[in-house]
Each structure stands twice: as C-alpha cells, then as structure tokens.
Design a protein around this ligand. Structure first.
Ligand code: DC
Length: 237
C-alpha cells in the first residue's frame, strides 16, 4: 500500500486529540478531518428523529443519507453542516456525546461514515482525528499518533468544557459517563479504539495544548518519512 500524505490522531475522549489535530492542521495548512464530529452529527439527527440505538438499519440509512460537510470558516474554525444546517455547537452536549458512542458500534453507520472520510482523504494533506483513523480508515497514513491522558485528567477536562458550555453536571457524573464511553469505544466489535501499529503515543496529562502541538510537530520533523508538504507557518522546534 503506498504511503498517503495523511496524519492520523486517535485516542480516547478528553485526551487532547482535538487540540493536537487542529493545531497540527493549522500549522501545516492541512485539512482537519474531525471524524468524531461526523458520528456526533448522525447522533444528533437520530435524537431528533426519535430513533433509539436499537434501530440499527434505520440508523445506517440515516448515516448514508445525511448531507454532512466539514468546512473551515474565515477564522479557520471547523464548522459542521448537516442537511444545510450549522450543527457545530449543538453536537457538543453530553447527551450527544453518549449517543454518538452508542451509534458508533453499529457497522452500517461506521461503513457510511468511513466511506465519506476516505473520500475526503483522497485529496491528501489531511489530519484525521478519531478512534479508528490510523487502524481502519487510513491504515496507509504516513504519520500516526495516539494521544491520551490519565482518566482523572481527561474527566476534569471534559467537566470544564461542559461547564463552560453551560451544563450543570458534577465531576462524578462526568467521570462516570467518560468511563462508560471508554468501555464502549474500546470493547465494541467493529473498529474498537486501539493504538495503530507504529503510532507514536503522546501522553498529554502534563502538557499544555501548546506543548502537545509542539510535541507532535517535533515528532513529524524527526519522523523517518520527512514531511514533504510543508504548509505556511510551520514552526517545528
Ligand atoms: O471524538 P469525539 O468525542 O467527538 O467522538 C464522539 C464519539 O464518536 C466517540 O465516543 C466514539 C465515536 N467515534 C468513533 O467511533 N470513531 C471515530 N473515528 C470517531 C468517533
């Protein structure tokens, strides 16, 4: 399989992979493919349609028919569009997080979204972020990372983010939900979360977002396959 100009960033929830992937994409001038946002968008749509996770066939059809686009706005922030509507912020609630992890176990949903992700990946210069981007979606990616942190650190980050967004959940509730999500994401039969062979593990427990991004960029610089597609503004120290 020829090596593809794609970087994959996988890891559990709250590990810092979004910050890492978007920061690296921005530094390189590459496209940030947030695959979690796609599962979230389908989850949001399923909640609105009143479909429970047991309706596997209908959820598969819903995922296939969803008109889903990811684009960057003028300030280079990712916007998620579903059927012509901007769902960027409504897909970030605790309810959608839980439902996304539930529908992500359904093979028909995964097939539909993986096909869409590969279509986006064909253009190259993509930083793909998710749970299975290095193992299943882009196994021939040239650079692979597994970004994680300790469970308490990840729960605290999630708690902080949710509170900022106006949610009133306790830390204990967030920790409980995170553990449940970890279990589902790592134990499902189809494409469970795991480190891809050859992926570089980055533990962000004691790193600031900026340090995490710098760590990934440094790894890319010293990687056996040099980055041939340097975008504008790459600072690799
Ligand atoms: O990264 P995130 O928290 O936005 O992802 C939401 C859910 O989607 C996560 O619990 C598992 C699922 N997901 C997945 O199964 N595969 C991916 N490539 C990305 C996300």
């Amino acid at each position: 399989m020829p090596v593809r100009p794609i970087i994959t960033v996988d890891g559990p929830s709250g590990g810092g992979k979004s910050t890492a992937a978007s920061g690296v994409a921005r530094a390189l001038g590459w496209f940030h493919l947030d695959t979690g946002a796609m599962y979230r968008a389908v989850a949001w749509k399923s909640l609105r349609a009143g479909l429970t996770p047991s309706a596997a066939r209908r959820l598969g059809a819903l995922a296939r028919q969803a008109r889903l686009t990811l684009r960057l706005d003028a300030r280079r922030r990712l916007r998620v569009m579903l059927d012509g509507r901007d769902v960027t912020s409504v897909i970030r609630t605790a309810a959608v997080s839980a439902r996304a992890s539930e529908i992500a176990v359904i093979p028909a949903v995964r097939r539909a979204l993986v096909a869409a992700q590969r279509r986006i990946g064909r253009r190259g210069r993509v930083v793909a972020e998710g749970r299975d981007t290095g193992t299943v979606v882009f196994p021939a990616a040239a650079w692979k990372f597994y970004v994680t942190a300790s469970v308490p650190v990840r729960a605290r980050r999630r708690w902080r983010d949710l509170r900022r967004a106006g949610a009133t959940l306790t830390y204990a509730q967030v920790l409980h939900a995170l553990r449940a999500r970890d279990r589902r994401d790592t134990r499902r039969a189809d494409s469970p979360l795991r480190r891809a062979a050859g992926a570089i593990v980055v533990d962000t427990s004691r790193r600031t977002p900026r340090q995490t991004i710098q760590t990934l960029l440094r790894c890319l610089k010293h990687h056996p396959i040099a980055l041939p597609w340097r975008g504008p503004g790459v600072k690799v120290r």
